[in-house]
Design a protein around this ligand. Structure first.
Ligand code: C5P
Length: 229
């Protein structure tokens, strides 16, 4: 990456996993550490961008690096709804939005006022879930001319199936660039390394593959964004 090649760019990056409350003490979460999203924010700042990082649940030690950077402003969001509010507001005057956060696809329909107890249970518990709005698809549908919208997709697939899912998801969400990575019980989460496919409208059957630590993947993502602008 060339130093200063993102000078003057206003970027918004989301990172980490949302938590959807069940009751006052419990939530539905996911395994995202925020490592990749935070690396995307730090890489952008290092290359001259002004960065607003909207962090859902992340590993605090990872966030510290971003918080110390003078060009990064950090805001917090807990639930998908909070993340949506914060991201929509920030996106209104951003040149690039990178949705690296792992957003819950569903939230609990009726969050309990008090802690759920086993007293009134027959040994099972049923939670009704309702779909959350797709934040990045909404941003893409309403993007300003010149604004670039980037999504991530974690898929438990490999090879041609991984590429096919990436292409379908790019089209469905309407984003300019989708960073697709293979995840599994042992892959993709809580690790310093990552391997992603960059899918764009023109990448066709041969999307670029980038492997490395999450900072290298972040720099490759910004290279791919610059190539689109
Ligand atoms: O559909 P899927 O969850 O795989 O899509 C992942 C991408 O979509 C990520 O960029 C994520 O931040 C975004 N997303 C979103 N709103 C949701 C679910 C996912 O913006 N409700």
């Amino acid at each position: 990456p060339a130093p200063g090649d993102l000078d003057g760019l206003d970027v918004v990056v989301t990172a980490g996993g949302t938590r959807e409350p069940i009751d006052p003490v419990r939530f539905i979460g996911n395994r995202s550490s925020g490592r990749q999203g935070i690396a995307v924010a730090v890489a952008a700042a290092a290359r001259g961008a002004r960065v607003r990082l909207i962090a859902a649940h992340v590993e605090q030690a990872l966030l510290a690096e971003a918080e110390q950077h003078p060009a990064i402003a950090v805001a917090r969001a807990g639930t998908a709804a909070e993340l949506q509010d914060a991201t929509q507001q920030a996106a209104s005057d951003a040149d690039v939005v990178v949705m690296a956060a792992a957003v819950a696809d569903y939230r609990v329909a009726d969050v309990a006022e008090g802690k759920l107890t086993k007293e009134s249970s027959d040994g099972t518990l049923t939670l009704q879930l309702v779909e959350n709005p797709d934040i990045v698809a909404g941003l893409a549908a309403r993007r300003r001319p010149g604004q670039t919208i980037v999504g991530f997709a974690a898929e438990t697939a490999q090879g041609e199936e991984l590429r096919a899912r990436g292409r379908r998801k790019l089209a469905r969400k309407g984003v300019d660039l989708l960073a697709v990575n293979e995840v599994g019980w042992e892959r993709g989460f809580e690790t310093p390394d990552n391997s992603v496919l960059f899918v764009t409208a023109t990448s066709g059957d041969a999307p670029e593959v980038v492997s490395g630590d999450k900072r290298q993947v972040a720099d490759a993502l910004w290279d791919a964004v610059l190539a689109l602008r």
